[in-house]
Design a protein around this ligand. Structure first.
Ligand SMILES: CC(C)(COP(=O)(O)OP(=O)(O)OC[C@H]1O[C@@H](n2cnc3c(N)ncnc32)[C@H](O)[C@@H]1OP(=O)(O)O)[C@@H](O)C(=O)NCCC(=O)NCCS
Length: 199
């Protein structure tokens, strides 16, 4: 791997990171240049941006404060400024169907597994391998907790993220939202799984 790609540091987030992490999440999920959005939508997001960011900050603070076992928020920082997160992801425990690829959900057996959410890289730092490094760090964390599978959701139309997950070895486990897809043409949510090699 080129040296500039391996120079990021991954660490556990601390309460001082909440401001930066919420900025990365708001920027990535509401204002990302990756997605084509209508001009009016962009204006609306700009107007409510401080509110959105504040809501995300409150959510993060409460998760940080809860001290739940098997919860982690990882951040990537650049050596030039180790206190400044440039990317983040969270891991928690979540119920997923014991068996994927079923079209019905009534009566499905559910099991708790580690689950990745809120993966985002600040737009200025994308395509340098940061997300890949965060995902690998998440795998190490989950193995330390004693688990051997990781799950996450991705929207069908988020091709960038799907490329990334494909690249690091996640596989399709389940398709959700088929009804919305067929009736309202809303993108489905794909549940992805990665089986981790033993330590
Ligand atoms: C998706 C996201 C996290 C990727 O972060 P990143 O740090 O740029 O990804 P990486 O540099 O680690 O990419 C690793 C691999 O993923 C794939 N990939 C990443 N970005 C891509 C893009 N824009 N187009 C095509 N493939 C891409 C490539 O295979 C890449 O490997 P390569 O650079 O050797 O070709 C980032 O674009 C982002 O924050 N998006 C907005 C938030 C989001 O959608 N999060 C995911 C929610 S499920």
């Amino acid at each position: 791997m080129p040296s500039q790609f391996s120079s990021f540091t991954i660490r556990q987030a601390n309460p001082r990171d909440v401001g930066y992490v919420s900025e990365i999440l708001t920027e990535s999920f509401y204002r990302s240049a990756d997605r084509q959005v209508h001009f009016l939508h962009r204006c609306f997001v700009d107007m409510v941006y401080p509110l959105l960011r504040y809501g995300i900050m409150l959510d993060l603070s409460s998760r940080f404060g809860e001290k739940t076992p098997c919860y982690a928020c990882l951040v990537a920082t650049h050596p030039a400024n180790k206190s400044l997160p440039i990317a983040t992801l969270e891991i928690c425990m979540r119920y997923v169907p014991a068996q994927g690829h079923q079209n019905f959900w009534l009566g499905r057996e559910m099991q708790q597994h580690p689950y990745i959410f809120n993966l985002a890289v600040h737009p200025h730092w994308r395509r340098r391998g940061v997300a890949k490094q965060l995902l690998l760090a998440a795998e190490r964390t989950v193995k330390q907790w004693g688990y051997s599978q990781l799950y996450m959701h991705v929207l069908e139309d988020n091709q960038t993220a799907r490329n990334l997950y494909d690249h690091v070895g996640y596989q399709m486990y389940d398709r959700e939202g088929n009804l919305n897809y067929w009736l309202l043409r809303k993108p489905r949510r794909f549940l992805l799984q990665k089986k981790l090699r033993s330590i």
